[in-house]
Ligand binder design. Structure first.
Ligand code: NBY
Length: 824
């Protein structure tokens, strides 16, 4: 062996070698044979083949971290929207090319094999996908980190359309096993619930609290390896599955109650059975609180077990070794849980335990929507977690009596306002206040969002705790969202700026001098066209609609919510349709409007909007009068793997939320990175995107945050816009007819009502004209193909800031203070 090792890939495997491993697993692990294996088996065998490498690195990483005992971040999130892992892992291991060759030699197409993988859809939307991007970046940068979450049996529902209506079907991602996960029975945790608290008086006069649980669950951990790009290390995502606790189950069983025991078992297993499908409203359901506590209790115990193994009871160093990040308030119950263990079980004083907590937890806020802020009823809390409620009361008492009193002496109104317990209108625990009080840092997810968190959401806390609230603008991983999702564009960048961009995304800027270069523009747009052609096929297969790749592909993909304003998009589509019917010769660049969105099952208006878009699509797509100038497509079952097909094919990215309501957005970053131009409001990260690409390369319209505020203050009246704009009035009135729902007039009237009678909470009508005008500018701009190409290139090349590695480095610098520990 030569003494100097040249820089090699993380695993120097040849395609031949990989081919042998795949065949080996096909035969010995799966018990089949090349001649009769189906694609699912090929997928499984390929996963098993690379897992040999991944698991080895995972073990090395764990050994090295436990030896070095370095500070680590524990990312607690109820959601991890991972999507598919095979192609991502191959790219991060830098083995995609080899695997492609190996499978080809075996007569298989790697893209088809990858299609066999069910999405791991353990999340709703942006918040869950952000967690997935962040653990990718943590591993890529070599930081010690663990993701903690729930091993849901059913992820986010599968969406089907029946007569245009959304139908929810269960998602069973693990039905046929999951090659990526390892069960760790040696790390099972017990979780108490319900019961009562006893005060026990000791001989020395002191008192301690004992929680006698009414029920016990068992948490079984499943580990999923997270391979960083370049495989510097392999971290884990640890997901907890609930099982019945041993004690009660067997007692019932032995007493002859086998059937009862089974039903207890089923109840216990319900805890990790299904992901709640809401992405913006908290419903206050008991099972949801139990889910939250279940995974927090398991995770906190796991964190403590690791800490004690290395440090014994040296609590003075706890906060130096452990950072716990709360992904929104959903895991906030881990604060009183850590307090409980430190005080009741480890015997620390309140002051010491509180000091530990306050240097350990940090909290990320993802929303300003009042309906999304978690408030738990005190009575529910008392029943499920009696000891935790006591602890929260005590946290609150000390907070009000010392901190609030010191800052605003004698001000009872302020105490009422800042109390963690809301007293009026039913007593509630305000989880956001608990999180702010208990954390050493609180962050918003885009500059404007953080400004509003300080100004509108937590103004008094911001006064009380100077410097606690900080900004970390969101980011997305360029490995999944460019390298894996858009191989042709990736190859063009490799050729143009070198191969360092998947980690150093700022390098894409080196392509800027070529933005005006005709040859480069042609190459760039030819790639876009190829991606569009692939999407054309997908659209045909999934919806039966024929579209042309020469049209503008105008895409809005995100959860369905009134504040995201898919209904505004619909109003503009109706406007174009109406103009075309009046004048079929209208000169417009053909447009395909593409939607992907799931509605929360209980959100009536969101479901109405889906129905309306589907009905309008039916009509438009089958109307010969408009000569294919307009098409509308609603792709069913939007999810990560579908996003990977849509994003590389987009010309226009719709980011049209009411200003001040979209905390950041991350789809906006992915679309621009792949060369789509944004039509958007000055909201969330759109503002920072505009700063990066320049005002000439983005289509901004509508009210800004200050204008929204002032128009609301003055008293917004949607009828002013309705009566003041003939086109707007005509399209709204159209919704009352039976034009789109023949024989059923009024089926779409709720949308009109929400925009007029019910007050148009999200100011669609106020922004309507500006939105139409911005679309008219797009129509003009697209005709100048060279100019459009230049703008698309500028957008893509200027997205360096939105690399999730940058976000993670911001978290490390301002909040976590970790040291990178890549494997040697
Ligand atoms: O988090 C999203 C924000 O809307 C988006 O602007 C931001 O970019 C993204 C990442 O920071 N929030 C989000 O996705 N929220 C949820 O998915 C969610 C899920 C559950 C509940 C509330 C919100 N819940 O209350 O159950």
């Amino acid at each position: 062996m030569a003494a100097t090792k040249k820089q090699t890939k993380p695993f120097d495997l040849s395609a031949d070698n990989l081919q042998q491993r795949i065949v080996h697993h096909l035969r010995s692990t799966l018990g089949t044979h090349e001649n009769k294996a189906n694609d699912k088996a090929w997928w499984n065998a390929t996963c098993s083949a690379i897992n040999e490498l991944v698991f080895e690195k995972l073990t090395d990483t764990q050994a090295s971290h436990s030896k070095q005992d370095t500070r680590a971040v524990n990312y607690l999130s109820l959601e991890f929207l991972m999507g598919r892992l095979l192609s991502n892992n191959l790219h991060n291991l830098e083995l995609f090319g080899e695997a492609e060759q190996a499978l080809k030699a075996l007569g298989k197409d790697i893209y088809q094999v990858c299609e066999e993988e069910p999405d791991m859809a353990l999340g709703n939307g942006g918040l869950g996908r952000l967690a997935a991007c962040y653990i990718d970046s943590l591993a890529t940068l070599g930081y010690p980190a663990i993701g903690y979450g729930i091993h849901y049996e059913h992820g986010l529902f599968r969406q089907e359309f029946k007569d245009g209506h959304q139908i929810e079907r269960p998602d069973s991602w693990r039905e046929y096993g999951n090659p990526w996960e390892i069960c760790r029975p040696e790390s099972v945790q017990e979780v108490p619930l319900y019961g009562y608290v006893e005060s026990v008086f000791e001989d020395d006069g002191s008192m301690r609290k004992v929680w006698h649980a009414g029920r016990k669950l068992k948490g079984v951990p499943w580990d999923i390896p997270i391979v960083g790009y370049g495989a510097k290390l392999v971290n884990v995502l640890r997901l907890w599955e609930s099982k019945p606790g041993e004690a009660f189950d067997w007692d019932v069983f032995n007493a002859g109650g086998y059937v009862d025991a089974q039903s207890e078992k089923a109840q216990a297993e319900t805890v990790s059975k299904v992901l709640y499908p809401n992405d913006s409203t908290e419903q206050g359901k008991e099972l949801r609180l139990i889910q939250q506590y279940f995974f927090c209790a398991c995770s906190v115990k796991d964190i403590l077990r690791r800490f004690k193994r290395a440090n014994g009871n040296n609590w003075d160093v706890f906060a130096d070794k452990v950072a716990i990040q709360l992904n929104d308030t959903h895991p906030a119950i881990s604060v009183p849980e850590l307090m409980r263990i430190l005080i009741d079980e480890e015997g620390l004083t309140w002051a010491k335990a509180w000091d530990v907590c306050r240097h350990t937890f940090a909290y990320t806020n993802h929303t300003l929507l009042p309906e999304a802020l978690e408030n738990w009823s005190v009575s529910l809390f008392e029943r499920v977690l009696p000891r935790h409620l006591e602890i929260i009361y005590e946290i609150n008492r000390r907070f009000l009596e010392t901190e609030v009193e010191a800052k605003w002496p004698g001000d009872d109104e302020m105490k009422r306002k800042l109390s963690i317990i809301k007293e009026d209108g039913g007593r509630m625990v305000r989880m956001a206040y608990l999180s702010v009080v208990s954390s050493y840092k609180v962050n918003g997810v885009a500059a404007i969002h953080t400004r509003l968190v300080k100004k509108d959401l937590f103004p008094e806390f911001n006064e009380l705790y100077l410097e606690k609230i900080v900004n970390v603008t969101n980011g997305v991983t360029p490995r999944r969202w460019l390298k894996a999702a858009n191989p042709e564009l990736s190859a063009l960048y490799d050729k143009t700026v070198g191969t360092g961009w998947p980690t150093q995304l700022n390098l894409l800027k080196d392509a800027l001098p070529k933005a005006k270069d005709k040859k480069f523009q042609k190459e760039f747009m030819a790639i876009k066209h190829d991606n569009k052609l692939r999407l054309v096929k997908e659209i045909k297969a999934l919806t039966g609609v024929d579209v042309s790749a020469d049209a503008i592909f105008d895409i809005q993909i995100k959860r369905l919510h009134e504040y995201k304003r898919q209904q505004l998009n619909l109003l503009h589509i109706l406007t174009l349709y109406r103009r075309l019917l009046a004048n079929p010769e209208l000169d417009m660049v053909p447009r395909v409007f593409i939607f992907g969105a799931k509605a929360a099952p209980g959100y009536h208006m969101a479901k109405q909007i889906i129905y309306a878009i589907n009905k309008v699509a039916d009509k438009v797509n089958n109307d010969p009068r408009i000569q294919d100038k307009l098409k509308v497509v609603f792709m069913p079952n939007y999810r990560v793997s579908l996003a990977e097909k849509l994003i590389p094919a987009a010309d226009v990215s719709e980011q049209i939320s009411t200003a001040g309501l979209e905390a950041s957005g991350t789809g906006n970053m992915k679309l621009a990175l792949n060369g789509a131009l944004t039509i958007g409001t000055l909201d969330g990260a759109n503002i920072e995107i505009a700063e990066e690409v320049g005002d000439d390369n983005i289509f901004i319209f509508g009210l800004n945050v200050d204008q929204v505020e002032s128009i609301k203050r003055q008293g917004y009246n949607p009828y002013d816009y309705y009566y003041g704009n003939a086109e707007l009035k005509a399209v709204l009135d159209w919704l009352d007819s039976d034009f789109f729902t023949p024989g059923h007039p009024g089926e779409l009237s709720d949308i009109k009502r929400s925009l007029l009678e019910w007050g148009d909470q999200y100011l669609c009508l106020a922004d309507y004209q500006g939105y139409c005008d911005a679309h008219a500018r797009i129509d003009v701009a697209y005709r100048d193909t060279a100019k459009w190409a230049e703008m698309a290139i500028i957008n893509s090349a200027c997205m360096g800031k939105f690399n999730s590695d940058r976000s993670i480095q911001d978290y490390v610098d301002t909040i976590w203070h970790l040291k990178a520990c890549p494997l040697g």
